[in-house]
Ligand binder design. Structure first.
Ligand SMILES: [Zn+2]
Length: 326
């Protein structure tokens, strides 16, 4: 497998693209420790402590200081400005924390904001889940900050309001309490061997949920752990075209990630190169599995020096107006 063939854009650990292949295994390991998936278990107090620790050492010009502190959306026309991993969000809307077929988790993080196109997508998608998946609904994890942009913790992407993490466990019938939403743990779908899904956790429901997302024309990509991709490859049967959109990515073993296309007519949004055709099964997914397995169980290397965080100058100019709009 060529490392060049892999997309690392979604990764939280931005140094990855700077490093050579020889350092890649150590970084894959660092990713596994640092990805949002690994973070899915963090409670409100753990997250607050992490944010405080980040702020203590973060350069003063880091854009995440500004965007991570914003509590309200920019009162401007809705626009996704820039790229998924380098941009910001104007005119964001919040997903209501309760719907008939969804509940927002970890509300204290204030990451239930998105482009109105994503809110519309999620409400309709969640509405399909009972009939198409057989679950009462979905549990929604991190989306974007009120003004998008880089975050103090987790996620290289999620910056322009077109990315959403959904838990891989069904929404319970009852409405969860505030405390449960902050402390309840998602379920790891991957077995301790990091080569197979955990048969105690993985069901056909997860396959149906991911397939429902990937078949939607508004969805650009879906990210799942390589182990989950392998399970989808094995469970898909003859209907396989949707698998090309489902891309392996480190982490993503407690939740999966839905990325929407740039909304039609939003010229400020930078589209991503379409995923290559083909189902991505066979050798391709097996290479991902081998790489992940080596990263976890193979010899340990020191992680490389992380790249400095994005500054305002790294973001599109229009993000300045988004940051200051009142
Ligand atoms: Zn995500």
């Amino acid at each position: 497998m060529s490392f060049r063939g892999l997309s690392f854009r979604h990764m939280s650990f931005r140094s990855l693209s700077q490093l050579g292949a020889s350092s890649m295994l150590c970084c894959a390991l660092a990713m596994l420790a640092l990805t949002p998936a690994a973070r899915a278990q963090e409670t409100q107090s753990q997250e607050a402590a992490k944010r405080a620790a980040v702020l203590r050492t973060l350069p003063t010009n880091a854009a995440k200081r500004i965007f991570g502190a914003e509590k309200t959306p920019a009162p401007l026309e809705a626009r996704s400005i820039g790229f998924y991993a380098r941009g910001c969000l104007a005119g964001a809307e919040a997903l209501p924390v309760n719907g008939d077929t969804w509940q927002v988790m970890r509300i204290s993080r204030n990451r239930m904001w998105a482009n109105p196109a994503m809110i519309d997508f999620l409400e309709k998608f969640a509405g399909e889940v009972p009939r198409q998946v057989g679950w009462p609904g979905i549990l929604v994890g991190d989306m974007s900050q009120p003004r998008g942009g880089p975050m103090l913790t987790g996620h290289a992407s999620h910056q322009i309001g077109l990315d959403a993490d959904l838990w891989l466990t069904p929404m319970p019938e009852q409405r969860l309490s505030q405390t449960a939403r902050e402390t309840m743990s998602a379920v790891n779908m991957v077995a301790p061997d990091w080569m197979h899904v955990d048969p105690k956790a993985w069901t056909v429901g997860q396959l149906k949920l991911i397939r429902l997302a990937a078949k939607d024309a508004r969805v650009e990509r879906v990210f799942v752990n390589p182990v989950i991709k392998k399970a989808l490859c094995e469970g898909a049967g003859r209907d396989r075209a949707w698998l090309s959109k489902v891309r392996p990515m480190w982490g993503h073993n407690y939740h999966f990630h839905i990325r929407l296309h740039c909304p039609a007519g939003d010229a400020s949004c930078t589209p991503q190169t379409p995923p290559k055709p083909g189902d991505g099964c066979g050798k391709e997914v097996d290479n991902w599995l081998a790489l992940q397995h080596r990263a976890i169980f193979g010899p340990k290397h020191k992680p490389g020096k992380p790249k400095p965080p994005l500054t305002m100058a790294d973001l599109p100019d229009a993000c300045r107006a988004v940051a200051v709009a009142r």
